[in-house]
Design a protein around this ligand. Structure first.
Ligand code: G3H
Ligand code: 13P
Ligand code: ZN
Length: 307
């Protein structure tokens, strides 16, 4: 059944667990996420970025997700991830998205507030929930302290941002970044900052860039020819700690991409005579599904899909 992020996240906040937002861009990734969530009886957020829309088409993707939601017993939302403009937001709401993110994190504070507020005014009357972002996701390791401060979310500003915009959830920056190369040295997240933000902000908090980049997947992909030297993600114990400190939505894309790639590489290398797409993509769906199931267990949302 299709619900909003707000419904899913308010329950998660009460239950002290997190809901996974998994990026999909085709039938294979959608099947992996939905089948895993149904088998684990977990609520789930189906996340679609503007570039996934460009790749597969808004109507195709929205229709697939809505059908999957109709056929599934668990609650799931159809969420625009990293929306950057009003036009895309309106198109997604028209297509049946139940939740949108407006990412104004690259803008100065006041402009981010104005843009986000406009999206809230458009979305809320149509029953759609809104996620805003404050603080930028970027590699912070080599940056000077002053620059790091400018990138990471300021707790006072976060509180003001939520009051001024009326967002239902807030994505924050505490040192994570998108992609497979998150840290050169030891993984570092600013948990003290998360504590201060949680103290001042009561809407659900969102962690982007949360993939763990499992080394066994990197090794498998590398064995079959991938070049992924230096790939490193967020340790699972950091994810557990972040959830215990109030993170209630966790975004995962990279780990699914890595699982997909490793599985496809394995089939192509070990069965060079194979050319049936179903025989090549089937193991990739299974590999992504296994990753989603592991995340659901890690996030504590297993069994919480009864609503
Ligand atoms: O932030 C989300 C992604 O991991 C980047 O996705 O390549 O579909 O824009 P994209
Ligand atoms: P990862 O690149 O760590 O998977 O993050 C995904 C994300 O934040 C999508 O919005
Ligand atoms: Zn993101």
């Amino acid at each position: 059944m299709l619900v909003t992020n707000k419904e899913l996240l308010v329950n998660a906040q009460r239950g002290a667990y997190a809901v996974g937002a998994f990026n999909i861009q085709n039938l294979e990734s959608l099947r992996a996420v939905v089948e895993a969530a149904v088998e684990e009886l977990s609520p789930v957020i189906i996340a679609i970025t503007p570039s996934a829309i460009k790749y597969a088409g808004l109507e195709y993707l929205a229709t697939l997700v809505k059908k999957a939601a109709d056929l599934s017993p668990i609650p799931m939302s159809l969420h625009l991830d990293h929306g950057t403009d009003i036009e895309t937001i309106i198109k997604c709401i028209d297509a049946g998205f139940t939740s949108v993110m407006i990412d104004g994190s690259h803008l100065p504070f006041k402009e981010n507030v104005c843009l986000t507020r406009r999206v809230v005014e458009l979305a809320h009357p149509r029953g759609v929930s809104v996620e805003g972002e404050l603080g930028r996701l970027a590699g912070i390791e080599e940056k000077a302290i002053v620059e790091r401060e400018a990138i990471l979310t300021d707790p006072e500003e976060a509180s003001e941002f939520v009051k001024l915009t009326g967002v239902d959830a807030l994505a924050i920056s505490i040192g994570t970044s998108h992609g497979a190369y998150k840290f050169k040295g030891e993984p570092q997240l600013d948990f003290e900052r998360l504590r201060l933000i949680r103290e001042k902000v009561n809407v659900p908090l969102v962690l982007h860039g949360a993939s763990s980049v499992p080394q066994w997947i990197i090794e498998k992909a590398t064995k079959y020819g991938a070049k992924l030297e230096g790939a490193k993600g967020i340790p699972e114990e950091h994810i557990r700690l972040a959830i215990s400190m109030g993170i209630t939505k966790i975004n995962i894309d990279t780990d699914l991409r890595l699982a997909f790639t490793a599985a496809i590489r394995e089939v192509l290398m070990t069965s060079p005579e194979e050319f049936d797409p179903r025989k090549i993509l089937g193991p990739a769906v299974k590999a992504m599904k296994d990753v989603v199931k592991e995340k659901i267990r890690l996030f504590g949302s297993y069994g919480k899909g009864g609503l």
